[in-house]
Design a protein around this ligand. Structure first.
Ligand SMILES: Cc1cc2nc3c(=O)[nH]c(=O)nc-3n(C[C@H](O)[C@H](O)[C@H](O)COP(=O)(O)OP(=O)(O)OC[C@H]3O[C@@H](n4cnc5c(N)ncnc54)[C@H](O)[C@@H]3O)c2cc1C
Ligand SMILES: NC(=O)c1ccc[n+]([C@@H]2O[C@H](COP(=O)([O-])OP(=O)(O)OC[C@H]3O[C@@H](n4cnc5c(N)ncnc54)[C@H](OP(=O)(O)O)[C@@H]3O)[C@@H](O)[C@H]2O)c1
Ligand SMILES: *[C@@H]1O[C@H](CO)[C@@H](O)[C@H](O)[C@H]1NC(C)=O
Ligand SMILES: *[C@@H]1O[C@H](CO)[C@@H](O)[C@H](O)[C@H]1NC(C)=O
Ligand SMILES: *[C@@H]1O[C@H](CO)[C@@H](O)[C@H](O)[C@H]1NC(C)=O
Ligand SMILES: *[C@@H]1O[C@H](CO)[C@@H](O)[C@H](O)[C@H]1NC(C)=O
Ligand SMILES: *[C@@H]1O[C@H](CO)[C@@H](O)[C@H](O)[C@H]1NC(C)=O
Ligand SMILES: *[C@@H]1O[C@H](CO)[C@@H](O)[C@H](O)[C@H]1NC(C)=O
Ligand SMILES: *[C@@H]1O[C@H](CO)[C@@H](O)[C@H](O)[C@H]1NC(C)=O
Ligand SMILES: *[C@@H]1O[C@H](CO)[C@@H](O)[C@H](O)[C@H]1NC(C)=O
Length: 552
């Protein structure tokens, strides 16, 4: 990396004064030159997932001159999250499954089996449901970002497209994008394997015992009759792996005393938002919705007209997030919903629910957890560990956040693992383009990474600046998103001058105006309230900017 690049990097991550006095975290890397040398050349790349991020990565990598690309997608069509189905995920485990298997338990052949390995089953639906993982989208769901912001630059929405995008429109848009690049499920593209779930990614060693890339074990599930199916496992070797499996796979159900007993005593009465499809089942029910962000609030808005009564359990705002980020959605709660504090206990003996301030309510017949998701990559068992000092360094610990990543997208210890869309508080369609291009360039030697000592040092600084480990670690928000995009544009355009390649644009200039109009319509109350209660309060006024570019 040139000194000019290095300055760009540093200027975006101002040194905290405390760090000026500290030793770099991983001092053993200090004597390496400040340019990362890959341990092996990168010719073959696997992309896991064909949602918007995996598809954009496929496009970027296609043009970057790799010898082989493979996309593995567990579902039968592209589009990821936006593939709505009536099929719902199973009940979320209570308590949470370990983060290492929060999404699914890997399915592998017996140890002595040789590949390809096949098994035949006399059932289809239950196996397919487990394999594909139905997405957490409901029937009425529309985008919470306006169309001009939620788009892939290559295919802007046609003029006149309404800003609210129903999930079906987004699914079609992503299928069109996949088709345009020959990656749709009906394109018979040998690069792309649908119905194929990645079960294991493990380090590969060459004949000389040297680390050399990754071996990926996959499982394809195929229907063979009305009630029969077959599974085939095989392995493929790669030099680098892109994880584009999304953030919203493993449900999060908070640890609350008495909840397990309650769920057992009233089977089917407790669901996670990922299972929610429509309001009718909640007619005449007394519902407790847990959570104060988008899923919880939007579900409440929809069931409120059918239910007998809706309570909303909202906990104190996370101090590491901008206040409005933690509270914005609550402005959309209907007035006749009763907001209650965090839950202290579920008493299944007398069907009462007790809250943190001692208040007790009776008569709740349904509970919906809109309490979000956890990061979970069951196919990376080596990189799941609660201990930070484990070797290799963990990527997933308890699922609330990720570790050991450069700018939340590149695994520092072995930068041939890249992860897309692990941040939140940014627009995932647009952000994907910068990250994918960065991976394609770094791996094809059209851009250089700083050495590992620098990467670890920057990482430690970033963790400290953002208030340590936790869900807030990957939150960007408008200002940081803009800063990150400026960083990627500066770095990658500079690299293009040096190593060849096209120049890319930064954030659309229209974005603030579009965002402001959208936010005013969607969160009208907050504008009024911010005006009424915060005149002269720079902090609140500034935090209103935070809405710009959000993915809701
Ligand atoms: C309820 C809800 C509403 C949302 N609303 C919006 C919105 O309005 N606007 C917005 O911008 N964003 C929204 N999002 C965020 C949404 O996740 C992104 O829009 C976008 O879909 C993320 O794309 P992705 O490719 O990273 O992940 P995904 O779309 O989740 O795609 C990941 C893909 O990886 C596949 N996969 C996972 N594991 C494996 C494996 N082991 N092997 C093979 N394949 C695998 C999955 O099947 C999936 O197809 C919403 C999310 C939720 C949950
Ligand atoms: N297009 C749409 O209309 C739409 C609809 C739904 C979701 N989405 C998107 O989908 C993504 C996921 O959203 P999400 O709402 O499912 O998850 P989320 O954003 O992670 O929110 C989870 C919520 O649950 C709260 N929570 C966690 N534990 C709790 C507890 N013990 N008690 C009370 N509250 C608790 C969290 O509070 P803390 O903040 O304190 O952790 C947070 O408010 C977001 O990107 C969102 O924009 C979009
Ligand atoms: C599974 O069924 C196919 C025919 O559909 C057959 O060729 C194959 O041998 C069977 N495999 C096993 C392991 O039973
Ligand atoms: C809800 O309760 C009302 C009044 O008891 C009743 O008229 C109505 O049919 C009920 N609706 C459903 C869907 O059960
Ligand atoms: C809340 O008010 C709305 C009208 O504003 C009404 O349709 C709905 O039935 C009410 N819900 C409850 C649970 O009282
Ligand atoms: C507890 O919270 C509820 C809901 O906000 C409120 O109605 C009630 O008065 C509070 N109780 C106490 C003891 O503060
Ligand atoms: C319900 O039972 C619990 C003990 O299991 C008790 O502490 C609580 O007071 C009871 N609540 C009501 C409303 O009866
Ligand atoms: C976590 O790391 C520790 C220390 O390296 C190791 O002993 C342990 O087996 C690891 N745990 C898992 C689940 O891999
Ligand atoms: C997860 O780990 C973080 C950081 O170590 C910690 O602050 C948080 O309380 C943990 N959360 C859960 C649910 O275990
Ligand atoms: C809030 O205040 C700003 C700045 O004074 C003004 O431009 C805007 O129109 C106000 N919004 C509302 C809803 O009153």
């Amino acid at each position: 990396m040139t000194s000019r690049n290095f300055l760009v990097v540093l200027s975006l991550v101002p040194l905290l004064s405390t760090f000026a006095h500290q030793q770099p975290f991983h001092s053993e890397w200090l004597d390496q030159p400040d340019e990362y040398e890959f341990k092996w050349p990168i010719h073959k790349v696997a992309i896991i997932g064909a949602g918007v991020n995996g598809l954009i990565a496929y496009r970027e990598f296609t043009g970057a001159g790799f010898e082989q690309l493979r996309v593995f997608e567990r579902d039968d069509v592209p589009g990821g999250n936006w593939h709505y189905t009536e099929q719902t995920p199973l009940d979320a485990p209570i308590p949470n499954a370990d983060a290492s298997v929060g999404d699914f338990v890997p399915s592998l052949p017996p140890a002595e089996a040789s590949f390809p390995y096949q098994e035949n089953y006399s059932e289809w639906e239950p196996r397919w449901r487990e394999h594909r993982g139905p997405k957490p989208v409901w029937e009425s769901l529309e985008s919470n970002a306006p169309a001009p912001i939620q788009q892939i630059t290559e295919i802007p929405w046609p003029t006149g497209t309404p800003w609210h995008l129903p999930h079906r429109t987004l699914a079609r848009y992503l299928r069109a994008f996949a088709s345009f690049h020959g990656a749709n499920s009906n394109d018979a593209n040998p690069d792309i394997a649908y119905n194929t779930r990645v079960e294991l990614v493990e380090k590969r060693y060459d004949e000389a015992g040297q680390e050399h890339g990754w071996t990926v074990t996959v499982k394809r599930l195929e229907r063979t009759g009305p009630y029969s199916s077959t599974a085939i496992w095989w392995t493929e070797d790669f030099d680098a792996v892109v994880v584009a499996t999304g953030r919203y796979n493993a449900p999060n159900i908070p640890q609350i005393s008495g909840l397990k007993e309650w769920a057992e005593k009233f089977p089917g009465s407790v669901i996670h938002s990922r299972q929610y499809r429509r309001p009718e089942p909640f007619a005449n029910e007394t519902v407790l919705v847990v959570g104060g962000a988008t899923s919880a609030v939007e579900i409440t808005r929809e069931i409120n007209s059918k239910a007998l009564k809706v309570y909303q359990s909202v906990r104190a705002p996370n101090p590491y997030l901008p206040y409005e980020a933690a509270r914005l959605q609550l402005k959309r709660l209907p007035a006749n919903v009763s907001v209650v504090p965090e839950i202290r206990h579920f008493h299944s003996s007398n069907s009462s629910i007790e809250f943190a301030n001692g208040t007790v309510i009776l008569g709740v017949t349904r509970v919906i957890f809109g309490t979000g998701f956890r990061y979970s990559f069951p196919f990376l068992p080596q990189f799941n560990n609660l201990s930070d000092s484990s070797s290799p360094h963990p990527i997933v610990t308890n699922g609330t956040h990720l570790r050991s990543l450069h700018e939340d997208f590149l695994y520092i210890e072995e930068p041939t693992i890249g992860l897309l869309n692990m941040n939140w508080g940014m627009q995932s369609f647009t952000y994907a383009e910068y990250l994918s291009l960065a991976l394609a360039k770094v791996w094809s030697r059209k851009a250089v990474l700083p050495g590992q000592a620098t990467l670890w040092r920057k990482y430690e600084q970033r963790v400290a600046e953002r208030g340590g480990y936790g869900r807030h670690l990957h939150f960007l928000g408008a200002d940081r998103t803009s800063a990150m995009i400026r960083f990627f544009v500066g770095w990658l355009n500079d690299a293009a001058v040096k190593f060849g390649g096209r120049q890319i644009d930064g954030q659309s200039k229209d974005l603030p105006e579009i965002s402001a109009a959208w936010s005013r319509a969607r969160y009208a109350e907050i504008v009024v309230q911010a005006n009424a209660s915060t005149l002269g309060n720079d902090e609140r006024v500034a935090s209103f900017d935070w809405i710009h570019g959000e993915d809701w």
